[in-house]
Design a protein around this ligand. Structure first.
Ligand SMILES: C[S@@+](CC[C@H](N)C(=O)[O-])C[C@H]1O[C@@H](n2cnc3c(N)ncnc32)[C@H](O)[C@@H]1O
Length: 651
């Protein structure tokens, strides 16, 4: 890196923290000399070395000032630093034998801050005091190769160069401390702060959980910053989860953060006790909180409390999986358990539907007629002046905008049918597969299936390319999504990590393709302990067929094999996603894709929800309805009505 660029970057970083260039300069000069111009060491870990050096320097100045109050002529720093500052105040990382005085600006700023150095230096009268001893310690330290990176040169060479240094505690080259977060790309995906349990190790071997770092200060992205005692009966913590998940954020060094707080409060208050310490203040707060909260005679229980903490933490592992799709989607999809209250979901991630056993899914080029595709098109169908044959299904207009969003009119028409269905929106089959599966010999009358609007995408027989605007769903998930543990007791849920405009394709509901009968058998025979994901019936076309064979009455079940769609929780009436059938490769509608689109603008970190269309009163339904915790004002689960607030729990 160009020397000045390094200095400017360091100044700018420190400036953002409220430390002026003038304050930083002497420290930086010192560090450059110590580290022999190796910027990498200075920049490492977000300038942690520079920050530590700065605070050491500041402390040293205060101590020295106390030791020699008002010694005449000693009230200013003269760094005696001849080597590293050029006329433009630029810090140069290369040792030079020529000497220049540090600019007057530096002196001015130092004196302004009342920093009292132990002595005034001149070019020829350089201190040979503790700094040199300390420096040689440092050189030794370097020799023992404590340095994270870079070379440690011969110490004698180094000391010769370092005559003339200003007096301050040289910063020992830091050994790499284990970080709370280990990250190569700053992805939230790389965070894990909990010693792996046996179960975790098991999962790690299956590539579900990343290796973890043992750190007692941080759980769940929560960093304990203070506590009433070592038992941590009452503790204060900072929650960095959102920052870790969404921003390019790494948990910083807590000690440095505390020093900043000390500095901020000491400099802002004239009366502040020089012994003021933020850490002490916060610990005191915890102790007082504990004292105030302890009921009489309960002090003796502190040890028990500790045991309880330990077992609680043992019981509640914090999980983070950076890509639960195991690389099978174009984008990584993380999973986070912020509460540690739930076992990891057991299922196999699949990015495309797959036939379980008996389902008939007839996909063949021969079944696609010339009229049913656009073999004459090329490039992007949306850019041609006349919509091609693939727009016929949607009334001669493509369902998508050139920006890749679902058109408003189409979305509204689909949504209205779902939220305000009219009689004519339903079709009735003569022999309903659903009723047949419940009672094969005496099926009840069909309760009706909603007529659905289909999107039809271009496919392989079409002449356009893969980037054609009429190929959205088939290109797969493109948004940043995350599976997370909900607070309301709904289990896992899906959220977006970025703002999504209305009409965005989020994901498909992917699962095993089962016949209706197979699904029924599965539900009847499955163990009651499995939380069954809500299967979908591909019944959009059932009403138009006279006698649908069982192998043509299909459903998708994502319980054992599925994609992220299986984590979308239900919300009554005002969910932010809508499911829309999509025809991609088969012209009949026995089999189709079910795609989720946003039906309004959705903000980053909002949970994505879908109205399953459950009848909470249907006692005959093979899948027992859950108790709805959707939180919607329009929730139609009567059991939840009048219950007041939603349950707040991590499980
Ligand atoms: C498709 S799965 C959704 C993912 C599920 N939460 C999980 O942890 O795997 C459907 C199941 O989630 C739960 N669920 C979904 N929406 C819910 C809601 N509004 N209230 C309570 N539980 C809900 C129910 O157990 C339901 O059977």
């Amino acid at each position: 890196m160009a020397p000045n660029a390094g200095a400017e970057k360091a100044f700018s970083f420190m400036m953002d923290l409220g430390i002026s260039k003038e304050e930083v300069k002497p420290v930086l000069i010192k560090l450059l000399r110590v580290y022999e111009g190796n910027w990498e060491l200075i920049e490492d870990d977000n300038y942690r070395t520079l920050l530590e050096a700065y605070f050491d320097f500041e402390k040293e100045q205060v101590i020295e000032g106390e030791r020699k109050p008002n010694a005449s002529g000693h009230g200013q720093i003269s760094t005696g630093e001849p080597f590293l500052v050029d006329g433009d105040d630029r810090v140069l990382p290369i040792m030079d034998s020529s000497s220049k005085k540090l600019s007057a600006e530096v002196k001015k700023s130092s004196s302004k801050k009342n920093i009292k150095p132990s002595q005034t230096f001149t070019e020829d009268d350089r201190p040979q005091t503790s700094s040199q001893a300390l420096h040689s310690t440092m050189s030794e330290a370097k020799k023992t190769s404590n340095l994270p990176r870079g070379s440690a040169k011969d110490s004698s060479q180094t000391s010769a160069r370092h005559r003339g240094q200003i007096e301050m505690n040289p910063v020992k080259p830091r050994a790499k401390k284990p970080k709370l977060v280990f990250s190569t790309n700053h992805n939230a995906g790389d965070l894990c702060v909990k010693p792996p349990s046996n179960q975790d190790q098991d999962l790690q071997s299956k590539n579900l959980v990343p290796a973890c770092i043992n750190n007692t200060r941080a759980y769940n992205g929560n960093i304990t910053i203070a506590s009433s005692s070592r038992l941590e009966e009452v503790k204060l913590s900072l929650n960095c989860e959102s920052a870790l998940a969404g921003l390019n954020f790494r948990i910083p060094d807590l000690d440095i953060a505390m020093k900043f707080m000390d500095r901020k409060y000491l400099s802002s208050s004239k009366t502040a006790d020089p012994q003021f310490s933020t850490a002490k203040l916060l610990n005191d707060l915890c102790s007082i909180f504990l004292k105030l909260g302890l009921r009489k005679g309960s002090n003796s229980n502190l040890a028990n409390t500790h045991t309880e903490y330990a077992s609680l933490e043992e019981r509640k592992p914090f999980n983070f999986i950076s890509d639960m799709t195991k690389g099978s989607e174009k984008v990584k999809i993380s999973l986070i358990d912020e509460f540690g209250g739930e076992a990891l979901p057991k299922f196999n991630y699949i990015p495309c539907n797959i036939i379980y056993q008996s389902a008939t899914v007839n996909i063949s080029l021969a079944r696609i007629s010339d009229e049913g595709c656009c073999s004459d098109c090329s490039g992007d169908c949306l850019s041609s002046s006349l919509p091609c044959a693939c727009a016929r299904e949607t009334g001669g207009e493509f369902a998508y905008t050139p920006q890749g969003l679902l058109k408003d009119e189409f979305l509204t028409a689909c949504a209205t049918m779902k939220t305000d269905p009219k009689d004519h929106h339903f079709v009735y089959c003569q022999e309903c597969p659903l009723e047949k599966s419940k009672n094969e010999y005496m099926p009840e009358r069909c309760k009706g299936h909603m007529v659905r609007k289909f999107i039809k995408e271009c496919w392989r027989k079409c002449g356009c390319d893969m980037l054609c605007g009429n190929r959205i769903v088939q290109r797969g998930i493109a948004c940043k999504l995350q599976v997370f543990l909900t607070r309301e007791g709904k289990g896992w849920g899906l959220r977006t990590l970025e703002d999504l405009p209305k009409g965005t394709f989020v994901c498909e509901y992917i699962g095993e393709i089962l016949t209706n009968m197979e699904l029924y058998d599965r539900i009847v025979h499955e163990s009651g302990n499995d939380r069954h994901t809500y299967p979908v019936t591909l019944d959009a076309d059932w009403g138009s067929e006279k006698g649908l064979k069982d192998e043509e009455a299909l459903c998708l079940d994502a319980t054992y094999n599925g994609n992220v769609g299986r984590f979308i929780n239900h919300r009554c009436y005002d969910a932010n996603l809508i499911d829309i059938p999509v025809e991609i490769e088969s012209p009949d509608h026995h089999y189709y894709h079910l795609a989720f689109f946003t039906n309004r603008n959705v903000s980053a970190y909002e949970e994505l929800t879908w109205d399953y269309g459950i009848d909470f009163d249907d006692k005959d339904h093979p899948i027992k309805a859950f108790r709805c915790s959707c939180g919607s004002a329009f929730c139609h689960d009567k059991k939840q009505k009048g219950k007041g607030k939603i349950k707040k729990s991590g499980s």
